[in-house]
Design a protein around this ligand. Sequence first.
Ligand code: C5P
Length: 412
Amino acid sequence: MENKHILLGITGSIAAYKACSIVSTLTKKGYAVDIILTRHASAFIGSLSLAAISHRDVFVDEFDGTHESLIPHIELARRADLCVIAPADANILAKAAHGIADDLLSSCLLACTCPMLAAPAMNVHMFENAATQANISTLKSRGWSFVDPESGMLACAEVGKGRLADPEVIVAAIEARLEEEEKKKTQDLPLSGKRVLVSAGPTQEALDPVRFLSNHSSGKQGFAIAKAARALGADVTLAAGPVSLETPEGVERINYVSARDLEAVMKENAPKADFVIMAAAVADYRFAEQFDQKMKKSGDSMTFTLVRNPDILEGLGKVKRDDQVLCGFAMETENLEQNARKKMLSKNCDLLVANNLRTEGAGFQGDTNIVTLMTPETNTHLGLQSKEELGKTILLTMLEIQKGKTSHASVH
Ligand code: C5P
């Protein structure tokens, strides 16, 4: 959510000053807040304060030509993930309900295709007026969300409903609406409702606080699978090794360092997952002894004993649910298919992605891969493709495998 753009319209109400608190909270949470002040709002609150809090230009009222863009209302509308009006006075609700576009904010509202949320604030009689209520109904019927004003002593010394809702309540409503929209986006996708657990990257097996045993895995293939799974609508948990890749948007990331850390993460999260994908390059061995202090040089050679790490994939294969789909990876330098097939069967995988380290365009570090997808019954050779495309293919194959399992189960 943090990368989302929120367009905040502030209109002419004494409650305009409370918008500072809304902007401050949203900015601290990492949202980019574009602000439009109407001319009347700018009588209540300075654009400089808002620019300082939001770290962005603030747009005031008319198309005054002072901004870089000649058509700011279109640009602001286009990049908004959510448009919020807080406080929303009776005038902006009326203009929005009737499609009037006579200043920057009202023009922008017409140009917005994103979801809308308004927090009205005004005198109790203005709020209760049939015209205002009709405008609110119209806007609600078009999908606008509202944060109702609170009752209490109003600035005009009257008591009644019309006080702007608490900024915290407004921020909570903003986040709830964004989340709802995010859910809607993923509702009709192939993996909606599915939970995907994917591991990615190398493991590091420490010798002492300075040295470790590891491998060249970049984590790119696993991260690409996580990204593709999210794009296909799944809830994704990514067990990420010590790599400096950015977490794909909307993906839950759990970092691990050693094979045993990763085993703990997988054991805890696999029972909830529909698809489990072990793309991590796990060290088969770790040092028998780990030292608390840096080891000093001594003699011309050193000998270390390595002990076996748990085979995580094998462990997952043993406790696999009937409706769960398990995918492993195999990287070999020789006899790829033979070894990979053996691995798939011995580890009780439903799918195995076999890639040959020696093939150009495949394997560690790069952005592309060339693999063979193996199931117990089939062998599918795939040509050169991006790791993300391959991620999608793997996931859709797993979906088919799961469909097969569940339809098979319902026959018996
Ligand atoms: O047997 P091999 O290490 O080649 O198997 C590779 C597959 O097994 C990968 O999916 C890898 O993530 C997984 N693996 C594992 N635990 C290990 C070694 C490998 O889960 N200790």
